[in-house]
Design a protein around this ligand. Structure first.
Ligand code: NAD
Length: 257
């Protein structure tokens, strides 16, 4: 198995893209730690289900990625990691002048600062082993902008910058860092945006999907969580050992426009 003997931590992975990435890493043979801020029987069941499906060791560790101490404690509780996937993220859609201050702070904390804290805690162990992979799930919105998503776009551009700096500091130590930039993937975070977008644009659901979301995606199709997971597994492979400090878009051509 390609990733046998490697321990992967995926932040925000009880749903959506994180869950898809965790499943693909487990399929590739990695030991996987699933995470979110909650601690319910369902969370632990998700880990048990992936374990029985793939044969990999999969556990669930609660940690709130809005809290710096929790971010660092996640890495310690897991016993360090060889693969760190920073995926936890939230969204809020509003005009800048109406954007709630607490939403700005929460988005910057969860979508950007958490990646700094987990990376800071994980790098020493990776350096000691001479091997490591940091994969940051950024967004097409880490490379381009759209109106009404100021905090998210600021955070995701920040994640791309953090990925480049991490790559430069880790260069020559067997550790790479890259950002995956998905276009629209139909997950709960996107589902939740649809009502706000309908209100903001005064459109029905199907029109928002077609004319607002997928209008930027020339393929006209959502990307899938399996595709984001597969891209992450590739970045963890030996073939990707010299790919570092860059972005990989999985966006149906969005950023080619
Ligand atoms: P999602 O809502 O399904 O998943 C978000 C995950 O983050 C969940 O597991 C949630 O529990 C977790 N999370 C939220 N707050 C947390 C906290 N405080 N502590 C720990 N975990 C927390 O959404 P998704 O679409 O799967 O998004 C995952 C990532 O992919 C996000 O960073 C998002 O910005 C990015 N992304 C998504 C899309 C898309 O179209 N879905 C596109 C580009 C980038």
């Amino acid at each position: 198995m390609q990733l046998a003997g490697k321990r992967a931590i995926v932040t925000g992975s009880n749903s959506g893209i994180g869950l898809g990435v965790a499943r693909e890493l487990a399929r590739a043979g990695a030991e996987v730690v699933i995470n979110s801020f909650s601690d319910t029987p369902e969370d632990h069941q998700i880990a048990a289900d992936i374990a029985s499906e793939t044969g990999a060791s999969v556990t669930y560790i609660q940690a709130d990625m809005s809290k710096p101490d929790d971010c660092r404690a996640l890495i310690q509780k897991a016993g360090g990691c060889d693969i760190l996937v920073n995926n936890a993220g939230i969204q809020h859609v509003a005009r800048i002048e109406e954007f709630p201050m607490d939403k700005w702070d929460a988005i910057i904390a969860i979508n950007l600062s958490s990646a700094f804290h987990t990376t800071a805690a994980a790098l020493p162990g990776m350096y000691a082993k001479g091997w490591g992979r940091v994969v940051n799930i950024a967004s097409a919105h880490g490379l381009t902008a759209s109106p009404y998503k100021s905090a998210y776009i600021a955070a995701k551009h920040g994640v791309v910058g953090l990925s480049k700096t991490t790559a430069l500091e880790a260069a020559g130590k067997g550790v790479t860092c890259n950002a995956v930039c998905p276009g629209y993937v139909l997950t709960p975070i996107v589902e939740k945006q649809i009502p706000d977008q309908m209100k903001t644009h005064n459109m029905d659901r199907e029109t928002v999907i077609k004319e607002v979301m997928l209008s930027r995606q020339p393929s006209g199709e959502f990307a899938t969580v399996e595709q984001i997971g597969g891209t992450t597994v590739f970045l963890c492979s030996d073939a990707a050992a010299q790919i570092t400090g860059t972005t990989i878009s999985v966006d149906g051509g969005w950023t080619a426009l």
